[in-house]
Write a new protein. Structure first.
Length: 201
């Protein structure tokens, strides 16, 4: 692979992305996580929990616009990091925002001008920031994804339904990636070893 480069660790909710980024940090790699703490405390409001409980187009748009804003800020930080480091790992990408979460909004709420607006905005961000991204999918089955997400009890996810988790998992797994790791029967150490081997190629 050409260096410097950004490697997006992709996967369903509960697939182990955060765990793998932490293991990579322990090996002195530069990693950018999703800023979930911002999404669960926007001026004192938990936008994730509000969306899971409300499940309306209004709450979905509010959440996705704010997520996109924070990820745009992160993209600028990533570009600065690439000036000093040859490989940077990130949790998810604009591309998966578009192919997973905005796609679910399309399916759920039907054609809508405001969905088209955010879709175009994110597509522009993909073209601007992610032309040379590599992507690694941590592939898990819907049951594994949901069980893991309930066990970890992350803030904002306690009201997420199995149906929504399955929608996300199926959308994630249907996309194409540079590398797919089937994680259902692997432990964290085995997964990170595969990732480290991949970046040596």
């Amino acid at each position: 692979m050409l260096l410097p480069c950004v490697i997006a660790i992709e996967g369903a909710i509960g697939s182990g992305k955060s765990t793998q980024l932490e293991l990579l940090r322990q090996r002195d790699h530069v990693c950018f996580s999703e800023p979930v703490e911002k999404w669960t405390n926007f001026n004192g409001r938990d936008l994730l929990k509000n969306f899971y409980e409300d499940n309306t187009l209004k709450s979905a748009l509010e959440l996705q616009w704010y997520i996109t804003t924070t990820l745009k800020e992160r993209a600028l930080e990533i570009e600065q990091a690439l000036k000093s480091y040859s490989i940077v790992f990130v949790e998810r990408s604009f591309r998966s925002s578009l192919g997973v979460f905005i796609s679910i909004m399309d399916d759920t709420y039907g054609p809508h001008a405001e969905i088209e607006d955010i879709k175009k905005f994110i597509l522009d961000l993909v073209n601007e920031h992610e032309k040379d991204y590599h992507s690694i999918l941590l592939k898990v089955s819907p049951n594994v994804a949901y069980n893991r997400s309930t066990i970890r009890q992350r803030q904002g996810e306690d009201t997420m339904t199995p149906t929504y988790n399955k929608l996300v998992t199926n959308k994630v797994n249907a996309m194409t990636y540079h590398k797919t790791i089937d994680c259902d029967d692997l432990n964290s150490a085995e997964v990170v070893a595969i990732i480290l081997n991949y970046i040596k190629q």
